[in-house]
Design a protein around this ligand. Structure first.
Ligand code: GLA
Length: 348
């Protein structure tokens, strides 16, 4: 089901698609490929929207902190927006202090995508297409991107990312959904239980750029190898938490890069019973504990979003990889196909 959501200042129409399958209901915008809402039942069968979002396109354009959006060309930060590729140096858009964040000021999250619905066997979904011109936001190469959102018969939400380029470039696509399994507008996620299959994470400097180290989570607030509430160690006096006002760190997933999506994280809200499992082909997971939600935005549920009212689990390659040869490479060359998959499975 397609409907008009609103218009951008230049008159461009933004559409909203509503899909349902296997008990999961999804609403997606052509602007940023934004997941505006995702509704799932609790243990008593009561539905709630578990994603932060807004009711109007004006709110999204005016200041969305990437609510539900597709992130490109490069998820998370590139130090000073600079990197060297095949001996050539590139300067991409700097939009976060001295650094580049989430593809620059006009990243994929703020672009209108071409959206095409599909039905395939028992799956329903959307194909989202966008061609990013050579030089857009400073990135080399024409990047042709196709993202597939699938709702399966089991109610899983699967994302397949694909991209090709005509010049060597770097790519790191992800999805920036803010989750609150008790329901958007229900308060903080500090009592959610989280498990992440990662023994190491990438510590950052004060600008949230990885130092290059892969540190053990053992004995630190970053240890989620066994289920732990999100809030348990969030107030620990740890320098890394001070830099990012909470957790905003990349986890080095133990499984590494895989050809097929493998389980990496489980999130559970004990009050509603809702659970979400994440499986991915990617080697990293950015766990962001909603630190910068500061009570200045009114969400779709009509309440103000405050710090910790949701969390993000962004499957990705590591931040600033183009400047860290020891990290898995984010380079894409002509003739290669960038392909990653992430699956969200829900239960109660
Ligand atoms: C990512 C970044 C954070 C922040 C959020 C959105 O998770 O790492 O620092 O920018 O996106 O506010």
């Amino acid at each position: 089901m397609k409907s008009l959501f609103g218009k951008l200042a230049d008159g461009t129409e933004v559409h909203s698609w509503a899909l349902e399958n296997g008990g999961t209901r999804l609403k997606v915008l052509s602007w940023g490929g934004v997941v505006r809402s995702l509704e799932i039942p609790d243990r008593a069968g009561r539905y709630a929207n578990v994603c932060l979002g807004f009711d109007t396109i004006e709110d999204y354009v005016a200041g969305s902190p990437y609510f539900g959006a597709l992130i490109g060309r490069y998820g998370n930060r590139i130090a000073e927006g600079r990197f060297t590729l095949d001996g050539e140096s590139h300067q991409v858009d700097v939009n976060d202090g001295a650094n580049s964040l989430h593809g620059g000021a006009q990243g994929f999250d703020k672009r209108v995508w071409d959206v095409e619905p599909f039905t395939e066997g028992t799956d329903v979904g959307l194909y989202l297409y966008r061609t990013s011109a050579d030089g857009e936001m400073g990135y080399p190469g024409t990047l042709r991107t196709k993202v597939t959102y699938t709702l399966t018969r089991q109610g899983d939400w699967r994302i397949d990312y694909e991209a090709t380029t005509d010049r060597a470039t770097v790519v790191n696509l992800t999805s920036h959904v803010y989750w609150n399994l008790a329901g958007e507008s229900s308060g903080t996620v500090h009592d959610h239980e989280l498990e992440i299959a990662a023994s190491r994470y990438t510590p950052v400097d004060s600008g949230l750029i990885p130092t290059g180290e892969m540190a053990d989570v053992a004995g630190t607030p970053f240890d989620f190898r066994r289920p732990k509430t999100v809030g348990e160690d969030l107030r620990a006096a740890h320098q890394q938490l001070l830099y990012s006002k909470g957790i905003d760190h990349n986890y080095v997933l133990d499984k590494g890069i895989t050809g097929e999506p493998e389980h990496v994280a489980t999130l559970k809200d004990p009050s509603s019973g809702r659970t979400m499992k994440i499986a991915t082909t990617e080697p990293g997971l950015q766990f962001y504990s909603g630190n910068f939600l500061d009570g200045t935005l009114v969400g779709s549920g009509g309440t103000v979003y405050r710090q910790g009212d949701a969390l993000c689990l962004e499957t990705q390659h590591y931040p600033d990889s183009p400047n860290h040869p020891s990290f898995p490479s984010t380079v894409l060359r002509p003739g290669q196909i960038y392909r990653t998959t992430t699956v969200h499975s829900f239960g109660a």
